[in-house]
Structures are given as structure tokens and as C-alpha cells.
Design a protein around this ligand. Sequence first.
Ligand code: SF4
Length: 217
Amino acid sequence: MTSLLLDIYERLYRRFGPCRWWPADTPFEVCVGAILTQNTNWANVEKALANLKQEDLLTPEGIRALPQDRLSELIRPAGFLNVKTKRLKCFVDWLWERYAGRLDLMSAEPLASTRDELLAVHGIGRETCDSILLYAGNYPTFVVDAYTGRLFTRLGIIGEGSGYEEIRTLFMSRLESDPALYNEYHALIVMQCKEYCRKRPFCSACVLQEICNFPGN
Ligand code: SF4
């Protein structure tokens, strides 16, 4: 299994890499982007991030001090205003109370306990949590999303309907514990699923075609 996962990685890397994720100027911007991207596309998130940057508020201090209604106005392009405003505020409150607003202090703590703590913060689901830990905290944790499920089900590596933790454990138990590898692998999966392994897959041009189990590829 390890060699198959690495083979897939190599094929995708030759096609798309390096992807240089996550697109952000600071680790805190990664966190805000990971929360805002829930249920919306990245172009809308970029507009919301640009609004915060323009006002010089894309910092833990900035968001902490911002009244909720003003924060909602600034993140309007990302949608779900009440939900996302509350989630951002809860995340920043947690970061402040626990780590004095410093992601570098968070990142010095062990992965398992930090992940448990972050998952307990209002509105932080598993994908958002692992995105923050990997891309902002440089922790060796694998991010699983719907693309990961689709691609690896079609490849015949996981079963239909496999759960988040099951898929994450598969990658983390078979691959070296390496944030750089996990960072690039997740980005490559997203690229592959946007370009080839779409809902209606474009198998004839796919670099994984010869090792894929998907019927009719
Ligand atoms: S061959 Fe088709 S189904 Fe298989 S990974 Fe490629 S695009 Fe997806």
C-alpha cells in the first residue's frame, strides 16, 4: 500500500507539482481562509480576505477587536455571515485564551492534544482542523476532503463511504510522518479532482488511468 500511495503521489506530482499550498501570506491567514472556505468557493474567500487585509485586520488582534457586525460586513463575499462570523470569533478567542493569540505557541504543542482541543472549538470540523494544523502549524496531519474520498474510492483503495478518520489513518499509517509530503499530497489530490477526476471524470487524459479501477476509464 505504501508503494501504491507513493506511486500515485509521484504521478500526480509529475503532472501538477509543486503546488505551493496554502496560498497565504501568513499562518493566521491560512486559519481564516480555512474557516471561510467552508461551503463556498475560493474566489469568494479571496475577496473576504482582501477586505480584511485592506483594513489591516487580518491578524488575531484585528479580528479579536472587531465588532461582530463589522466583521460580518468584511467577510460578506464568503457567505453564511452569522455562522462564519461566530466561527472566526470563537477560533480567535480560543487562540487568545490558550496561546495568547500566537500560532507559533500552538504549533509547539503535541499534535494529538492540539487537534483534540481545536476540534472542540465551535465550528471547527475535521477538515478545517487538519487544514489549520498542517498548513498553518506545519504539523504532520493529513487533510481529507470530499475529493480525497472520490479519488481513492475510484482508484479502489478505499471503500465507498469510508469515514474521515479511516481515510486519514490510512495515509498517516502508510506514509512517512512528513508535513511537506502531506501538504503537497493534499494539494495534488485537489488539482487532480478539479481537472480530471471530476464528477464526470476525464479518464482518457488522466495520469492515473493505468492503475485505476473505475469502471470504463
Ligand atoms: S482514471 Fe478516471 S476515475 Fe480514475 S482517477 Fe483518473 S479520472 Fe479518476
